[in-house]
Design a binder for this molecule. Structure first.
Ligand code: ADP
Ligand code: MG
Length: 391
């Protein structure tokens, strides 16, 4: 897989449309997690050095295809400007005559941020006219939005057919690390998966039947597998319509090691002040909800991680957003960090969790900026936003 990279691009003084993934949490007008903004800085600095006029395009949240004050990008422009130590002006739209006038008046090295792409339904529909309107703004297209390369949207796919298209430094690094990981992973390779939805994880579980030595399953995902094995999971979150999928996987994985929880932290209540108790998985019933790994499970999983030489982790081990149910995920993060294995983590919530526990990221080999994108890349799927960047 060979990408067209910035080093091969003629960029001097050009107007560049840079697609980033600045889908960040914002509260009271302040960006709460800067990781994604920081991730784009190397590309931004590179383009500034080349004297480019940089027009940044991103989405934020799910504004349903029309302008919504809640999802405006003013806070993002402000934070980015402070990280870059340079002015970043935010425009009021992402296409149209006013935007065209503003970008044609740009000077070399200047940075502007277009308003939320998803204020237009045409973005997610990959509408050709909308892609054309975006392409009109620039001479070159650079994609640094790894988190959205699995989506064929106007700004991630459509526009790349209309301008010379290159991978930014972040996309280049993600592709390098993830393909390197798949080329020759040091055994034993452990696939550690948690989170909530079977649909988004089953693809990688099935794909890794050929590759992984060990599967470690936690989070609400594990509840569906436990239920498929015949356990009562009480009032826990699980997916009734995915029991057959879970069962099929467990059968196909015979001969491999698949670890499922042996005990769990349960509660009837989901709150910051919930009373929790640890029980064996055979003791769950009625109104009890499995919300985190139990102590024995943490020990079992940690020992397995310690023996692994390569670990791929996606999905928290419990409802980590609330402190009574965060200890399992925290203990597993510690086990991964201390394993000495090559460790690659991805997923919005997974990365959020490890940051929340105080890890900077250096404790792991690679924190991917992709959740769905990382999983689909590792599954070997063709990603529309990567395909358009290939040589
Ligand atoms: P990622 O964003 O890392 O890919 P997911 O979005 O798949 O992860 O899953 C994260 C969500 O799963 C979190 O909101 C977390 O609270 C939830 N979750 C994990 N375990 C449980 C559980 N036992 N019960 C309910 N929710 C859970
Ligand atoms: Mg998530």
């Amino acid at each position: 897989m060979q990408l067209r990279t910035l080093s091969s691009a003629d960029l001097k003084g050009k107007r560049v449309l840079l697609r980033t993934d600045f889908n960040v949490p914002i509260q009271d007008g302040v960006v709460q997690d800067k990781t994604r903004l920081e991730g784009s800085l190397p590309t931004l600095r590179f383009l500034i050095e080349q004297g480019c006029k940089i027009i940044i395009a991103t989405h934020l949240g799910r504004p349903k295809g029309k302008p919504d004050p809640e999802f405006k990008l003013d806070a993002v422009a402000k934070e980015l400007s402070s990280l870059l130590d340079a002015p970043v002006s935010k425009l009021n739209d992402c296409v149209g005559p006013e935007v065209e006038a503003a970008v044609s008046a740009m000077t070399e090295g200047q940075v502007v941020l277009l308003e939320n792409l998803r204020f237009h339904a045409e973005e997610e529909a990959n509408d050709p006219a909308f892609a054309q309107a975006l392409a009109k703004l620039a001479e070159v297209y650079v994609s640094d939005a790894f988190g959205t390369v699995h989506r064929a949207h106007a700004s991630t796919e459509g526009v790349a057919h209309l301008l010379p298209a290159y991978a930014g430094l972040l996309v280049e690094k993600e592709v390098k690390v993830l393909s390197g990981l798949m080329e020759n992973p040091a055994p034993p390779l452990c696939l550690l998966v948690g989170g909530a939805k079977v649909d988004t994880k089953i693809g990688i579980l099935e794909k890794f039947l050929e590759i992984a030595d060990l599967f470690v399953i936690g989070g609400a995902l594990a509840n569906t597998f436990l239920k498929a094995q015949g356990h009562d999971v009480g009032a826990s979150l699980y997916e009734e319509d995915k029991l057959d999928v879970a069962q099929k996987f467990l059968e196909a994985a015979k001969g491999k090691t698949v670890l499922l929880p042996v005990d769990a932290m349960v509660s009837e209540e989901v709150s910051e002040t919930a009373k929790v108790q640890t029980v064996n998985v055979s003791q769950v019933s009625g109104a009890l909800k499995i919300l985190d790994l139990g102590v024995k499970t943490v020990e079992l999983y940690s020992a397995a991680l310690k023996k692994s030489k390569t670990i791929i982790w996606n999905g928290p081990m419990g409802l980590y957003e609330m402190s009574p149910f965060a200890t399992g995920t925290q203990a597993i993060a510690k086990a991964v960090a201390e394993s000495g294995a090559v460790s690659v983590l991805g997923g919005g919530d997974t990365i959020d969790a490890v940051h929340h526990f105080g890890y900077s990221g250096k404790e792991f080999t690679h924190l991917s900026t992709g959740g769905g994108a990382m999983l689909e890349f590792l599954e070997g799927k063709e990603l529309p936003g990567i395909k358009v960047l290939l040589v």
